[in-house]
Design a protein around this ligand. Structure first.
Ligand SMILES: Cc1cc2nc3c(=O)[nH]c(=O)nc-3n(C[C@H](O)[C@H](O)[C@H](O)COP(=O)(O)O)c2cc1C
Length: 174
């Protein structure tokens, strides 16, 4: 069987979501897929890929603009292949404790693209953002890195399993 090609595209302002995307790509590579991990703004076509994982950091309950632009620009091609979406945001342990549903904007994309699943991962407030935390602009006022590598790896492995099985359904984020 030919190796399936998976694109992992991400919208990230300060690098935390880029790190999540890289880990997803690494795990899928380990699982035998040919993966490419690229910033959403650099995606020229998705036609060369068998499946796509698209994710973004959340800012004030919205995806970062490049990720949303990517979803819109490639909507037709995305709707024709298996797609999974992820969001990264909560700067506390809530994403580890329970499933966090997509924000309204992302729920709309999920439906429009017929995406197979969505997950919200914990986020990270970097050295550049504590000022925003202090000013109360971040929803959760505790700073730090709340990305959970095991949560990320588990989700990536579930995508791998779904693709291998050629299933209609993939992980839902649980
Ligand atoms: C101004 C600002 C607004 C944010 N808004 C949200 C939000 O609405 N929901 C959320 O879960 N996280 C929110 N966050 C947290 C970020 O999504 C989190 O820090 C994320 O990991 C940043 O990813 P990046 O480094 O890839 O840009 C916000 C952070 C900042 C600085």
């Amino acid at each position: 069987m030919t190796q399936q090609r998976v694109l992992v595209a991400y919208g990230s302002k300060h690098g935390a979501t880029a790190g999540i995307a890289k880990e997803i790509g690494r795990v899928l590579g380990e699982e035998g897929f040919a993966t490419e991990v690229v910033p959403a703004a650099e995606v020229r076509t998705v036609a060369a890929f068998d499946a796509v994982v698209l994710g973004s950091a959340l800012y004030l309950n919205h995806w970062q603009r490049d990720a949303l632009g990517c979803a819109h620009r490639h909507a037709d091609e995305l709707a024709r292949r298996p797609v999974w979406l992820f969001s990264s945001g909560p700067v506390d342990s809530s994403a580890e404790q329970h499933e966090i549903p997509p924000v309204a904007q992302v729920a709309k994309e999920l439906e429009r693209l017929g995406a197979r699943g969505h997950v919200t991962f914990g986020g990270s407030v970097t050295a550049e953002t504590p000022g925003l935390v202090a000013r109360g602009m971040v929803r959760h006022e505790k700073g730090g890195d709340f990305r959970n590598p095991e949560h990320i790896r588990r989700w990536a492995r579930e995508i791998g399993a779904a693709l291998r099985a050629g299933e209609d359904r993939g992980p839902t984020g649980a």
